[in-house]
Design a protein around this ligand. Structure first.
Ligand code: SAM
Length: 359
């Protein structure tokens, strides 16, 4: 797993670079080393197909691989652009001055204040987010812009308990001294949290010498357009547990997309209509897996992260894969005997190893 870059003056060990962790549901950060152990040495081009927080794509970049990372939600693909595709652009003090300057177009950039004041943020904070958003386009290039999105989105998740937006307790908890004692971020200005995080994100920008790309597509559309991928890593939503990512993270997608053509519904003001996933409902998921495997036929190795409590069962999944690949199922029991972050208590982490048929 060793990957280094030599220059005249220094030798950088990429494995020392720290991934700025998010609290993303189902993130595989803690299983990274275990998963990496199943990536064949000679697999050079890796697809992280459902990349979420980008933890596995980032790890592959550190391993010196050429990485194509993809998630159908824009705010996730911006993390990929910032930390995987980006080779050297960071946010400088001048960039931060631009981001913190006043709203360039208050009539156009008022969505956060209108939707989320007194729901997730106090008015001043929501208005700050609108002005920050109005200034992102003024940064020099798409990588600086992506870093601004990744960092401010992470700052927003620090302001809400559990790091997601499917509940409306953020301001209730911010008024509860006991909660604040446990998590001071609840009452800290987003600007301060952003300033604290920006160094963490900047240090994670590096060039591993390979071409790395971040995509933002439905995986079923993307797969047929790819050639020369050696290994695909699939970590789809776990149907029956935490599948509705747009329900949990709608606010980050709204901030990033700055929707002008959606309705905002129910208590959390989530946007509607949702993007179509195909991997969220029992009705669609088996057909979606069928398509996924058929459209991945040209990729030699597949690794699939799964969970023994999701639908369909592992047996059915293995049956769907068998026409294409030899299959082996590896299991990692949770060390604490109960589910860790984003997992169902008592379940275990599964990795389905699919390799070219030997016969
Ligand atoms: C279990 S999470 C991935 C977690 C990720 N491995 C990590 O370490 O953070 C599943 C991801 O699949 C994405 N997703 C759902 N349907 C998709 C689709 N049709 N195409 C691409 N991505 C999709 C979701 O947005 C979500 O981020």
């Amino acid at each position: 797993m060793q990957a280094t870059q030599c220059s005249l003056f220094s030798e950088i060990d990429f494995m020392d670079i720290k991934f700025p962790q998010t609290q993303y549901l189902g993130a595989k950060y803690i299983h990274g080393d275990w998963i990496a152990g199943f990536i064949p040495e000679d697999a050079r081009v890796i697809l992280d197909a459902f990349s979420g927080s980008q933890s596995i794509g980032f790890l592959c970049k550190k391993m010196g691989k050429s990485v194509i990372t993809n998630d159908f939600l824009k705010f996730n693909s911006e993390i990929g652009k910032a930390l995987i595709e980006n080779k050297h652009d960071i946010l400088t003090p001048d960039d931060i001055r631009i981001l913190f300057s006043k709203n360039t177009e208050p009539e156009r950039y008022d969505l956060m204040e209108k939707l989320f004041t007194d729901l997730f943020f106090v008015r001043e904070e929501a208005a700050f987010l609108d002005s920050f958003r109005s200034n992102i386009g003024r940064l020099g290039n798409e990588y600086k812009q992506a870093l601004a999105f990744a960092t401010i989105n992470r700052a927003m998740t620090r302001k809400v308990t559990m790091g997601h937006f499917a509940h409306t307790q953020a301001l209730v908890y911010a008024a509860d001294p006991q909660r604040v004692k446990r998590n001071r971020s609840l009452i800290r200005p987003i600007k301060d949290i952003f300033l604290e995080l920006v160094g963490e994100y900047n240090q994670a920008v590096f060039d591993n010498g390979e071409i790395c790309i971040s995509r933002n597509e439905d995986i079923l559309d993307l797969l047929p357009t790819l050639s020369n991928v050696d290994l695909a890593y699939f970590d789809p939503p776990y149907c029956d547990s935490h599948a509705d990512y747009q329900g949990f993270y709608h606010l980050l997608e709204t901030f990033t997309m700055y929707w002008k053509d959606k309705q905002f519904v129910n208590g959390t003001k989530r946007y509607r209509p949702k993007k179509h996933s195909g991997f969220e409902t029992k009705k669609e998921i088996v057909d979606s897996f069928r398509e996924l495997f058929s459209r991945s036929a040209h990729i030699p190795y597949w690794l699939i992260s799964y969970n023994d409590r999701s639908y369909p069962s592992i047996d059915i999944l293995v049956e769907l894969i068998s026409p294409y690949r030899d299959v082996r199922v590896e299991k990692k029991l949770y060390s604490r005997g109960r589910g860790e972050k984003g997992s169902v208590a008592g379940s275990s982490e599964i990795l389905i190893i699919c390799s070219p048929k030997t016969h």
